[in-house]
Structures are given as structure tokens and as C-alpha cells.
Design a protein around this ligand. Structure first.
Ligand SMILES: [Fe+2]
Length: 84
């Protein structure tokens, strides 16, 4: 059950999966932001390189989730196309 929604039992499967995908996307974006801040703050080139690698992987994860959401939420897909 989702930690962010109280009426989980009343949701259909698509709504549940969209909630899972959007929550996961939010977590990926948070991770990207944390890595960005740590890269900016660190003075160690080796650590910065490692963190950059990890941040780029999180960006790939975020992109995959966005594509899944676009496939299952036509209005969200339309909004992306409108602002491309
Ligand atoms: Fe990730």
C-alpha cells in the first residue's frame, strides 16, 4: 500500500500503478538533486566522478519512468508533446 494515499483500496489497478510510477519518479528526481549537490560540494575529483556516474544512472531511471507514465497516461503524454 502506498504511504501517500489513504484510500488505496478504492483505487483501480491503473491508478495504483500510476501512483507507484509517479512516486518512484519523484524519488529518482530527489536522488538526482542529492547527487548534484554532493558533486558541487566535493573537492575530491575521484568522488565527484563516481557521484556523476551514479547521478547519470538516476537520470536514466527517471527517463524510463517518464516514458512508462507517458504510455499509460495519455493526457500527460499530450502535455509533454505540447511543451516539447
Ligand atoms: Fe534509481
Amino acid at each position: 500500500m502506498s504511504a501517500t494515499y489513504n484510500d488505496w483500496d478504492r483505487l483501480d489497478e491503473l491508478s495504483r500503478d500510476l501512483e507507484r510510477a509517479r512516486t518512484s519518479l519523484s524519488e529518482e528526481l530527489d536522488a538526482i538533486d542529492w547527487y548534484q549537490q554532493r558533486i558541487a560540494a566535493s573537492k575530491d575529483p575521484e568522488l565527484r566522478h563516481l557521484l556523476k556516474h551514479n547521478m547519470d544512472e538516476e537520470k536514466e531511471h527517471a527517463a524510463m519512468l517518464i516514458e512508462w507514465i507517458r504510455k499509460h497516461d495519455p493526457e500527460q503524454d499530450r502535455a509533454f508533446k505540447e511543451h516539447d
